[in-house]
Design a protein around this ligand. Structure first.
Ligand code: COA
Ligand code: AMP
Length: 627
């Protein structure tokens, strides 16, 4: 940090002179054609960063480090606790594999601009596949392994991929999850059919290959390595689907140029990580945290990234995370609070932790859900390092609020994800869109334009982007989160204002779960609400009213199985309550808001009829997770 430069100066400058600010940040990236224009404001409310720049994201993440003489530096440490194997890839090795796999994708008919779906467990080949797409200007869409075939099919139909890259299996604790039957079922359900599937056979399961299936090892043996191609900064790098309010997931688009700049800027300034550090983001490549902070940011910066295949507990015990830190000399860990809660539950006094030397660790970063004060306190006490909350979303791709450890570390406040990150003009507004005073809770919005790296649009649907995010409070991006800003400018994110819930750091829409529950033949109507859970923060609970005369025999188990089958195990719907009635408005709409408010322990205007008060009172203990 320059002498005399404080967070507040930098944040103020980023809003007063965004173009100068981001033009400077863009110097950290190797451009094929340096941008002469920084921000395209010609079609508000849509904005584009670096409109005439050309670059290749893969070249920035891999080749340039090799060219700079850092080819021997370890790029990826794959620590697979579930298979007991550790693999290291240097930047030079990563470049060779990526260039070759890019050739394999070309052989499979993938051209610039084509989409490729990646449905893989946490193996280094997933990173290779992502970067290979970037290398040839193809657009990857990684789908998390915990989603069921129907969800995969919905993404195939929306992204219309030319190829799918997958593996024979994932390993969940001691269970082998075979992926190939899931992919085959998704392709049976999907309208769109890709031309090829490339499959990595893992030793734990041998997939049966069909006509359009190609073996990873075989295609790599014959592929000719290809060089990175220049793409426009505004061309899409990836699509990442996230829960929408309807059954149709939202395809968040990430561009190349703004993203590369934001990744490089944020890893250094927010997380304080440089090229000589070992960084570990204990997430999954299927989530945005995995995209940004397992893959792109650490590699663009030239650091070493740890990729962990396993769980915080049970692989083999609740000391797994501390073992990884000690073995690889990890300097900073990024994970969801739920992982720390899981560890704390098994090792409350930190006895397993004490067996490992974690002196390399400088900070623990927490995101994905609210960092509750008890978890913050436990981690601060036992790890002896700063525990730093940061708040963001799949849509933004990098933190909206954080404590900027690399720029100007500020005091931490329990319950707050600290201050708006440079580039983000964060406000709290009431239902009419008026700013509220410090300390007053309201809707958290971000004044447009959003900074580089955030979503420019939804895949193939500008209008849905405008309708869902930009029309609610004109001139602003509606985050969907509620909270307040205190007198010191610290932001407190209290929870979603819509039907999105966070289950073990995974984002789910109760609306899409309801659609599945409602499809059960014995269900007349239902509401799915997120209720408090000590471990996962929230879990979904379904309240169902059965059709007149329908028996309730076995219906709960059938609904649990139906959701698992249609959405996937990640939905974690295990609680179904058959109830006599649901509270309704006068016009017959279910009072979901009131139900959510009770579940969240918030005050809400009481329902208008005595009958509804009675119904809500009866549901109270279930909603509060007390029963
Ligand atoms: N493939 C197949 N199944 C998967 C899966 C995958 N990639 N990921 C999760 N599942 C399954 C789990 O096995 C579990 O199945 P089960 O119902 O048969 O037990 C189910 O989906 C729910 O998974 P999860 O909610 O993760 O619960 P869990 O009990 O397996 O683990 C935690 C709980 C807290 C240990 C785990 O959720 C965790 O580590 N969370 C951290 C979250 C995270 O990294 N978030 C990213 C944002 S930073
Ligand atoms: P996802 O898109 O899966 O990253 O989920 C984004 C949502 O998770 C946000 O809109 C918030 O509701 C929640 N979230 C993420 N990080 C935090 C945090 N640090 N504090 C509170 N909520 C968070």
């Amino acid at each position: 940090m320059e002498e005399g430069t404080t967070y507040r100066d930098v944040h103020a400058r980023s809003l007063a002179e965004p173009e100068a600010f981001w033009a400077e940040a863009a110097e950290a990236i190797d451009w094929v054609t340096a941008p002469t224009r920084v921000l395209d404001t010609s079609s508000p409310p849509l904005f584009r960063w670096f409109p005439d720049g050309e670059l290749n994201t893969c070249a920035n993440a891999v080749d340039r480090h090799v060219d700079a003489g850092r080819g021997d530096r370890v790029a990826v440490i794959h620590d697979s606790a579930v298979t007991g194997k550790v693999t290291r890839l240097t930047y030079a090795e990563l470049r060779d594999q990526v260039a070759r796999f890019a050739g394999a994708l070309r052989d499979a008919g993938v051209e610039q601009g084509d989409r490729v779906i990646i449905y893989m467990p946490m193996v280094p080949e997933a990173v290779v596949a992502m970067l290979a797409c970037a290398r040839i200007g193809a657009v990857h869409s990684v789908v998390f392994g915990g989603f069921a075939p129907a969800e995969l099919a919905a993404r195939i139909d929306d992204a219309e991929p030319t190829a799918i890259v997958t593996a024979s299996c994932g390993v969940e604790g001691s269970r082998i999850i075979e992926y190939k039957p899931l992919v085959d079922e998704a392709l049976r359900l999907a309208q769109h059919q890709p031309t090829a599937t490339i499959l990595l056979q893992r030793p734990q399961a041998q997939a049966v290959m069909g006509d359009r299936d190609r073996d990873w090892t075989e295609v790599m043996a014959t592929a000719v390595p290809v060089d990175p191609v220049p793409v426009q900064a505004t061309d899409p790098l990836y699509i990442l689907y996230t829960s929408g309010t309807t059954g149709k997931p939202k395809g968040i688009v990430r561009d190349n140029g703004g993203h590369a700049v934001a990744m490089a800027w944020s890893l250094g300034n927010v997380y304080g990580i440089g090229p000589d550090d070992v960084w570990w983001s204990a997430s999954d490549v299927g989530w945005v945290v995995g995209h940004s902070y397992i893959v792109y940011a650490p590699l663009i910066v030239g650091a070493t990234t740890v990729m962990f295949e396993g769980k915080p507990i049970g692989t083999p015990d609740a000391g797994a995370f501390w073992r990884v830190i000690a073995d690889h000399g990890v300097n900073a860990l990024f994970t969801a609070p739920t992982a720390i809660r899981a560890i704390k539950k098994e090792d409350p006094d930190g006895e397993l932790l004490a067996r490992h030397d974690i002196s390399s660790l400088r900070a623990l970063f927490q995101a994905g859900e609210r960092l509750d004060p008890a978890t913050f306190a436990w981690a601060s006490q036992h790890l002896g390092v700063s525990v730093v909350d940061n708040w963001w979303q799949t849509e933004t791709g990098w933190p909206i609020t954080a404590n900027l450890r690399g720029l100007d570390p500020m005091p931490l406040k329990s319950g707050s994800s600290s201050v708006p990150v440079p580039g983000y003009d964060v406000r709290v507004v009431d239902e009419q869109g008026q700013d509220v005073a410090a300390g007053i809770e309201g809707n958290i919005v971000i004044r447009l334009p959003l900074p580089p790296g955030t979503l420019p649009t939804l895949w193939g649907d500008d209008q849905r982007y405008i309708d869902s995010y930009l029309s609610v409070f004109p001139g602003n991006y509606a985050t969907g989160d509620g909270g307040f800003i205190d007198e010191d400018g610290y932001v407190f994110v209290m929870g979603r204002t819509d039907d999105v819930i966070n289950v073990a750091g995974h984002r789910l829409s109760t609306g899409s779960l309801e659609a599945v529950v409602a499809s059960h033949p014995r269900v007349a109507e239902c509401a799915v609400i997120g209720v408090r859970d000590d471990l996962k923060g929230q879990v979904p609970r379904a309240f169902v009213v059965l059709k007149a005369g329908a028996s309730d025999d076995g219906v709960e188990d059938e609904i649990v199985a139906l959701v698992r089958d249609r959405v996937g195990p990640v939905a974690a719907l295990k609680q179904v309550s058959v109830v006599p009635a649901l509270p309704k408005t006068r016009s017959g709409k279910i009072l979901r808001r009131s139900m959510r408010a009770i579940a969240d322990g918030r005050d809400e205007a009481p329902p208008s009829t005595i009958e509804d008060i009675r119904v809500l009172d009866a549901l109270g203990p279930l909603l509060r997770g007390d029963a």
